[in-house]
Structures are given as C-alpha cells and as structure tokens.
Design a binder for this molecule. Structure first.
Ligand code: HAM
Length: 435
C-alpha cells in the first residue's frame, strides 16, 4: 500500500472508528494535495501546449459503451465493472476507462464536423473491480489524451506518446522507457491469430488455466501472460512483428522514426498486447526502472468509433495512471519544493487583537496574499510554534501594545529578524517583502 494511503495504526482509534473508505479506494489527504496539484498542472500545461481541448464526461456511463468496445473477454468487461443500481431499465456502470466515453461524446456531439483531427484531454477517476494491490486500485485517476478523426497518420501516435512522456519527465521520473509494438489491423490480425492458436494448441497442456481459457476466447492475451510456466512458450511464439501486413509495418516504422526524431527512448516489444480490445496497429506502455507497473499506456483504435455506430473514424490515445506516478514523485520530489501557499501567519494576543486580525485577513484576501492563523489557540507561544511549522515566510504579530499604538510586528520566520510598522502600511510592506 503506498505511503500516502497508510491508515492509522492506533488500535484504539481504529476500533472506535468503524467506517472505512471502500476496498481499493482511497482518500486523497491534505498532505498529498501538493503532489496531485503538481501532476495535474503538468498535465494541463502539456495539454494546452500541444493544443488539446479539455473534455469532461460523466462518471456513470451506459454499460453498453464499454460492453460493445472493450472486448467481451477483456478482464474489465468480464469481471471488473461496477454496475450501478437505480437507473431503471438503463444499465449504468462507473466508467472503467476514459477512451470509450470520449469516443461516445465525439459521436454524440458531431465532432466530426469540426476541423480534424480533434485533440481532446481529460483527467479524473476511473473504477475497476480489481484485486487491490500495490499500484492497482479500484478507484484510480488518469490523465488521458485522445486524437480522433483525420487520417491514420503515425505522427499522431508519436505525438500522443510524446505528451505522456513529457508529463512523466516533468514529474522527474527517471529512466523512462517506452515499450512499443503493433498488434496489426483487421486484415493481418486474423491470420496471425490463426498461427498463434495453431502454435499454442500443440503446447496446450503446458499452459496455465487462464491461458487455456484465453486460447479459445482471446489468444493474443497469451502473449501478456505473467505465469512463469507459460514464459518459455511465449518466447518461441510467432512474433506479431513478423506477421503484420505491409501497411501496419510501415505505419510502425514511421512511428519509430518519429520517436527517433524526438529522441524518445523506446524498445520494440513484440509481446506487448493490451488488455482492452479496441486497439489496432500501434500499442505502447511507458515504464521506469523504479516500478514494474506501466505508468502510462495506450495506442491506436481505428475501429472503436465504427463499433459505436459512427462512420469509420481513426483515433489514437494514451492515459497516465496518476497514483502510480505520485507514488514515485513522493520519493523523487524535493520536499523543500513543497513550499507553502500561505505566505503570512497571524499571531495575536487578546480579544481586541483577534478582532483586528479578522479584518486584516480580508485586506490581504483582496491582494491575493494567502494568510493563515490559529484562532482558538490564544496562547502566543503556541501560535508562534504553529507559525514556525506552517511554512509561511512572515509572521504578523499583534499584541495589546501594538493594538493600542496602531502598529504591527513583522517577523521573518527564517531569520527571526523583526520590525514594527504602522498597521495601515502592513499590506504594502508585506507585498514588497514577498516580492
Ligand atoms: P489502461 O492501460 O487500462 O488503458 O490504463 C492506463 C493507465 O492507467 C495504466 O498504464 C496505469 O498507469 C493506470 N491504471 C490502470 N488500471 C489501474 C488500476 N487498477 N490502478 C491504478 N492505476 C491503473 C486505458 O485505460 C486506456 N483508456 C488508455 C488509452 C487512452 N488508450 C487510448 N487512449
């Protein structure tokens, strides 16, 4: 369980407190907001720089949006969707991913009439009923990018990979490597599928239970099997790269050339297949050597919109798993970068001073300087301790004498140096000091 999600170990407290967040779902506590805000900002900056437009889709979707598109035998459809009761005849689910809902919105709002392709991005929670474990949750968050419409141009695949890569780089994740593969198209994949079935049929008795089942339903997923017993068979399995058609292999070649041009580190991984069925041609996953889990993944989905009733419309996209990235950011981000937003801490002595502080806070609010106080803790010593811990730059101290003399003390919390100034000038002086 990541550090940020560790729960109180105080037995007494826990016994008294019976309610817990749902299994595999976590609160994002105040101490972690720094990382969430940072990563969200990186996502927004990258999206805006590359001309993606933000889209927000509902957290509930018609179940058909996923049942029709992700693949009947995909883990998500088979066992991981949260169905929501109360929709009457309609069957709703908590969205397990963002691509199908964005494609649904593209069709519903006639986005094919806009200049093509349409570049969209989103950020928000997704839900999958997985067995919770490190880096795998039932509610998790993604930052996603989709390029929909236009032509089937490999440059869009490269641009999609670039966007996710840049966000991970900004999050200071080291030693990133992009795993790339092509899973072919409608023309070449059935031939490959046949070859793969023939190969595995000969070795069926050595397969794990899951692979035996998948051989009948979704043989490409055998390449993704993590069971050690299946590993030797996987190595000798016919390679996708040797079996895709000319169009798919020249598409892949160009994607790789663009990645070279952008100096992005990649490896060709002929065993890379994806857990969702809507992909065709390019698929990719981005890893770091600090974690065995993919930090971002995606690929091309040229048939997805057609499956949803649209005319043929190509698409390509990716999504970053925010929890996985934040777990690494916690280790690599300089804690000192975690500077406080609150720049000024008020310390007061006596009721009159307390009243004056209440009013002064409003003056600072008008100039956008964020302040902090600890009303309710009247002891000045205690307030000074909190000011020191707060991360604020300045303490503004108002005692009975200062109230009487209409002055206020400004104390630099780092150096301890302080001066007394007329209270009427405090906002201007603080503004200058903070610059
Ligand atoms: P996905 O590979 O299922 O693809 O998820 C994308 C990323 O979300 C993963 O690489 C991982 O970082 C994170 N992720 C997935 N499941 C979990 C989980 N249970 N707990 C924590 N993190 C998780 C998609 O969702 C596609 N919609 C991506 C895409 C966009 N393809 C085209 N456009």
């Amino acid at each position: 369980m990541p550090k940020q999600f560790k729960k109180s170990t105080d037995k007494n407290k826990r016994q008294k407190f019976a309610f817990k967040s749902p299994k595999g779902m976590h609160d994002i506590l105040p101490d972690d907001q720094f990382y969430w805000e940072r990563l969200s900002k990186y996502g927004k900056d990258v999206a805006e720089f590359y001309g993606y437009h933000k889209i927000e889709t509902p957290i509930l979707e018609d179940a058909e949006v996923f049942l029709k598109t992700l693949g009947e035998e995909s883990d998500v459809v088979e066992k991981e969707m949260f169905f929501v009761k109360g929709g009457g005849k309609d069957k709703y689910v908590l969205r397990p991913e963002g691509t199908a809902p964005v494609a649904r919105a593209f069709i519903e709002y006639g986005m094919s009439h806009r200049p093509q392709p349409v570049k969209l991005w989103y950020s928000g929670p997704m839900f999958r009923k997985e067995q919770p474990q490190a880096g795998r949750f039932r509610q998790f968050h993604q930052i996603g990018f989709e390029i929909i419409g236009g032509s089937i141009d490999p440059i869009y695949d490269a641009q999609i990979i670039l966007a996710s890569f840049h966000i991970l780089e900004q999050a200071k994740i080291k030693n990133l490597v992009i795993n790339v593969n092509s899973i072919g198209c409608r023309i070449c994949r059935p031939h490959y599928r046949k070859k793969l079935i023939e190969y595995y049929k000969k070795n069926e008795r050595d397969l794990c239970v899951d692979c035996k089942r998948r051989l009948k339903t979704n043989p490409l997923r055998l390449l993704d099997c993590k069971n050690a017993n299946c590993a030797p068979l996987k190595v000798k399995a016919p390679s996708l790269l040797d079996n895709i058609c000319v169009s798919c292999s020249s598409h892949l070649k160009l994607v790789l050339e663009y990645l070279d041009e952008l100096s992005l580190p990649y490896v060709l991984n002929p065993h890379l297949v994806r857990g969702l069925d809507y992909y065709s041609k390019t698929v990719f996953e981005i890893f770091t050597d600090q974690s065995p889990l993919a930090l971002a993944s995606g690929g091309r989905y040229d048939y997805l919109l057609e499956t949803m009733g649209s005319r043929p419309t190509p698409g390509t996209g990716s999504a970053i798993g925010m929890e996985r990235v934040i777990e690494l950011m916690r280790a690599t981000h300089n804690a000192s970068a975690k500077s406080s937003k609150e720049k000024v801490f008020f310390v007061y002595l006596g009721d009159l001073a307390k009243k004056k502080v209440l009013k002064l806070i409003e003056e600072f609010r008008r100039t956008n300087i964020i302040t902090q106080e600890s009303f309710g803790k009247d002891l000045i010593k205690r307030q000074m301790m909190l000011a020191d811990k707060s991360g604020a730059q300045l303490a503004l101290i108002l005692g009975q004498r200062e109230v009487f003399e209409e002055t206020i003390i400004i104390r630099d919390l780092k150096s301890g140096v302080q001066e007394t100034i007329p209270i009427t000038k405090v906002v201007d002086v603080v503004k200058k000091r903070l610059q």
